[in-house]
Design a protein around this ligand. Structure first.
Ligand code: NA7
Length: 492
């Protein structure tokens, strides 16, 4: 490609976005609507959608109400259900991309492998040997991305079929067969619910039980969809309405104040769900967690307890000793003979934009900057990595709410960081070291007191056991994203 020389007065910045999932598409759509001429989205996969493209396991559902899990500027009256199935969400992103003619901005099947700041701009390399340059780099590479393959002895010896939930293979027959599902986060629970009746036998291996939040999922009728189409206020009433937001605030209060009345209310609901809906006392005890609800990401399911009480379904709480040719052997002896082993064992959640090699100012590398833990100032910017901004990056809010909304708020913040670059006042912007240090010390101190740090294992914790999340309220996050404190930035 042609590289135009950079000058201090240049206002037509070139952007590269890494990732064409929900957040990368958002950045592209926003750049396009702001009239930005020069931007490219790099996507290592063959199409858009990110996590919704990669996850295709049976039962895949977003546990955020569909009308809230949509771009604010692209409401979708056609959602089939209150909680949308994964394939429908994937279609939504495909439709939005086509409606906005964004597809020709995306280089598919092109994996970015390295990004190097040359003092003026970012220089990128791709797996195929391609090169590009950018004034601004947007990392929209997702969090739940690199499958966690558990270190279980003998896993490779299994004679049946093994598949990770994020690498589902439709050629693997599940109907009428003996299935094992390892892992009971949101994914394992959704798979078990979907396959409980299809399998001949199903064993759900649980290292630690989960609290289950009962939810009411339902289909929208044709009449309701027609009403959504005719009157957007009906959609807005769901996504901006009191029901949804009071739930978010209650949940948020419970997370940051584990002794709050909000937490007591959540405890009451999940406990009642367990007590009322699991008939066999022995099974009920097997399914009873010994930590606070929402310590691990709360699993939302309308029917998990019903699924594990179906004939042919078993919950296994003993530790796995090893996998053998014929099945899974438990520590206390006994083997579960299986045809298919599903690893619903989550993701490596400390990766973020890695394994892409990012090298910033003065040869600073992301691996070094993140030696202790992945972090970014207000989840957006990292010292010594000029004009490098993250969406849904480390320390961003995570929880049972819409990450689309989070990304939109982050984009509004990033836009303001771009202003001095766009108007030629500066050529680089990145968070100051002292600002990040101050943010992190406040954040870590508070994060330790949240429910995520209250004594369980989960993907929210970093290598030192500190929750790697936003530890304040959702409203505080929204406020923080309204306007950056420019004094916290090194602007040159
Ligand atoms: P999660 O929530 O990280 O769950 C992973 C599950 O896998 C969890 O039950 C783990 O048990 C289990 N696990 C992981 N490694 C092992 C080993 N070695 N042995 C036994 N069990 C293991 O991933 P999900 O895909 O369910 O959900 C991720 C997010 O996607 C979810 O929160 C939503 O945001 C969407 P553990 O609890 O550690 O005992």
């Amino acid at each position: 490609m042609t590289v135009t020389p950079h000058t201090a007065s240049k206002r037509d910045l070139r952007f590269v976005i890494i990732g064409a999932g929900m957040a990368g598409l958002l950045a592209g759509l926003k750049l396009q609507s702001s009239g930005t001429q020069s931007f490219t989205i790099y996507e290592k996969g063959a199409t858009v959608g990110g996590t919704w493209r990669e996850n295709r396991y049976p039962g895949l559902t977003c546990d955020v109400p569909a009308h809230a899990y949509t771009y604010s500027f692209e409401p979708n009256p056609d959602w089939s259900r209150f909680y949308a199935p994964g394939p429908e969400i994937q279609r939504y992103f495909e439709t939005v991309v086509d409606r906005h003619k964004l597809r020709n901005r995306i280089r598919f099947n092109t994996e970015v492998t390295g990004c190097h700041w040359d003092g003026l701009r970012w220089r990128l390399t791709t797996a195929g040997g391609g090169e590009d340059v950018a004034d601004v780099l947007i990392a929209a590479t997702g969090v739940l991305h690199h499958p966690n393959i558990p270190a279980i002895l003998g896993l490779e010896c299994f004679a049946g079929e093994t598949l990770h939930s994020a690498r589902w293979n439709d050629d693997v027959v599940v109907d009428g067969r003996r299935l094992g599902v390892i892992g009971n986060g949101s994914t394992g629970v959704q798979i078990v619910v979907a396959l409980a009746e299809r399998a001949r036998e199903l064993v759900h291996f649980q290292r630690s039980p989960q609290w289950i939040m009962p939810v009411n999922d339902f289909a929208y009728s044709d009449e309701e969809r027609e009403a959504f189409r005719e009157d957007q206020a009906r959609i807005d009433a769901i996504r901006f309405g009191e029901d949804y937001w009071s739930g978010i605030r209650r949940f948020n209060e419970a997370i940051i104040e584990p002794d709050s009345p909000a937490m007591k209310e959540i405890e009451r609901i999940v406990l009642e769900n367990l007590e009322r809906n699991v008939a066999d006392p022995a099974l009920r005890e097997q399914l009873r967690p010994d930590y606070k609800p929402a310590c691990k990401r709360l699993v939302y399911s309308p029917s998990y307890y019903q699924a594990v009480q179906k004939p042919g379904v078993r919950v296994e709480r003993d530790r796995i000793a090893q996998v053998e040719r014929s099945g899974v052997r438990m520590e206390h002896g006994g083997i579960h003979p299986l045809d298919v082993l599903v690893l619903a064992t989550g993701f490596q959640t400390d990766r973020f934009v890695r394994p892409i090699k990012i090298e910033g100012r003065n040869h600073a590398t992301l691996d070094e900057a993140w030696r202790v833990r992945p972090t970014a100032y207000y989840a957006i910017s990292i010292p010594d990595f000029p004009n490098f901004f993250m969406l849904n990056g480390p320390t961003a809010p995570v929880g049972n709410f819409s990450l689309i909304d989070i990304a939109e708020k982050q984009w509004a913040y990033i836009e303001q960081l771009l202003a001095p670059l766009r108007d030629g006042r500066a050529t680089s912007v990145s968070a100051r070291h002292d600002a990040l240090a101050e943010y992190e010390s406040r954040r870590i101190a508070k994060a330790r007191t949240t429910v995520f740090g209250s004594g369980c294992t989960s993907w929210y914790l970093d290598a030192e056991g500190v929750p790697q999340t936003w530890p304040w309220t959702y409203d505080q996050f929204a406020d923080a994203m309204l306007q950056p404190d420019m004094a916290a930035y090194d602007i040159r």
